[in-house]
Design a protein around this ligand. Sequence first.
Ligand code: CMP
Length: 143
Amino acid sequence: MALERTLCIVKPDAVEKNKAGHILAKLEESGFTVVALKRTHLSRQVAEGFYAVHKARPFFGELVQFMTRSPVVIAVLERDNAVVQYRGVMGATDPAKADAGTIRKLYGANVGENAVHGSDSLDNAKIEIAYFFAASEVAPSAG
Ligand code: CMP
């Protein structure tokens, strides 16, 4: 199985509850290595750009408002098959439908405030990582 990287955003709801450390610890215990990490407060422009693919969705305004409400913690995660593995640990978008023990089941409140974001494909992971991190900020390896 190939070594991959994926993007994790610990969203404002989880950071506000001081759960970023718990979530990163759970990810490390699940076999991921945190190869880059930052805490930042997203501007509206940055959040709109990140979620541009959802621009036409009825929840877009609510999503951007939520993501800019307070700081986020953004991590690049590395392990074999990272994209699929992280989606498993993260759980379904709607915490009510997420499996027991997943991050969204443990820390998410609803489909909007669902604790974490994760890349949905390897191609998007590369785009999303480059959106938030300069190449010089991400440790070398996994192509
Ligand atoms: P995320 O993985 O960050 O990618 C897009 C986000 O849109 C998703 O997680 C949800 O938090 C959010 N989202 C999806 N559906 C809805 C909805 N019906 N109402 C509000 N937010 C939503």
